[in-house]
Design a protein around this ligand. Sequence first.
Ligand code: ADP
Length: 433
Amino acid sequence: MSTIWVRFVWLLLAITLFVSLPISLFYGLNWGLAAAIVCLLLLLCWHLLHLHQLMGWLLASLNSPVPRGRGVWEIAFAELHRRVRIRQGQQQSLSETLEHFRRAIQALPDGVIAFDRHHRIDWLNERAETHFALSAATDRGQALTNLIRHPDFVSYLDSGRYTEPLIYRGGRVDGLTLMLQIIPYGDDQNLLVSRDISQIERTETMRRDFIANVSHELKTPLTVVAGFSEMLADGDEIYGMAEIKNYLKLIREQTVRMQRLIEDLLVLSSLESGGPAPHEERVELEPMLRSILADAQALSAGQHVITLSIEAPSALAGYANELRSAFSNLAGNAVRYTPAGGSIEMLWRVHQGIGEFVVTDTGIGIGAQHLPRLTERFYRVDRSRSRETGGTGLGLAIVKHVLTRHHATLEIESTPGKGSRFAARFPGRCLLN
Ligand code: ADP
């Protein structure tokens, strides 16, 4: 500032000394004053010109360059230029921070919608677009209640009590369950945070179903055991030896059934917990399959024709106990679901680089509608038949888990009344020479 005043004083002195004084001396005081006025007018025009440039710059767009000037205006414009650069730097860093913040919000696994006191959407992230089938491009500025009309949500929004989250089902996206929470912040602003809990809910339903199934499976044999043991305890004199033996036989059968169920549950649980897998080993299939054939023949008690063919070198990289359990389940099922007189073929082959253990039977077969659910725990086509033949409803669930751990798949083809074909298919990398 002081520089400007110094320059101004110097200019006045210069005009007086070099223009007015010499002219006054030569032509008189009036001419000297007139010359001084002309100089000052010229100076005024010069300043007005720079002022015009400044006004033009102020009215132009923010990014237009600061005009250049001379004399005091050079100093003023340089200062303006410096401030503009600082402001641009601040804006740049502010927009970088905002962009950073925006990307962080977009990366959140939860949906976030910011809305004002009139419930109008300010902004929303991509996850919120997916959760509520909204579009940031078209729905910003719209009232939330126009877009999410579900009565549960509307009354939650209107209640003003947001300490508890709302479990929201039946929105525009099918099968999605969301946990919603409204968080007020700032000056009458709010955040609506949505979390997809569909998977947690499915797992919870599965857990409940599983407990209900296990309880149900144990209840029937336990009722039989409790009933007969009570009868025997209360009335041992009334029953003859034959009756007592028969009751004890029934008790034993039910106990074996419970034992089998618990064994299968333990196998399944150890497979599902994904606990430390035993070391992968070389599993020679031929002796294993021969022993499974013997077990199947024992189970069949001569009622079926059971054959085994091994068409290819038969060693797998895997876990012997698990593979034995899976293959035995497939062979056992074929025997149990094939009426007497039927036939069962077991086959090991390598076909187009894939190792296949195939069990084909001429049994009762399975309707197409059941096939996708067969490997679910406790899923049975015919509950009573499964029980009669000592099934636990867990066999194919175990098979599926074992095969998954071996990177293998299970293929099922079946025709009701004609028979079934179960194929466990192992990728080439599991095959050993
Ligand atoms: P289960 O112990 O009841 O046999 P699984 O999990 O082994 O349980 O099999 C599930 C269901 O699949 C069985 O209840 C049965 O209805 C059907 N199933 C399995 N294998 C066969 C087969 N070879 N032929 C016909 N039905 C079968």
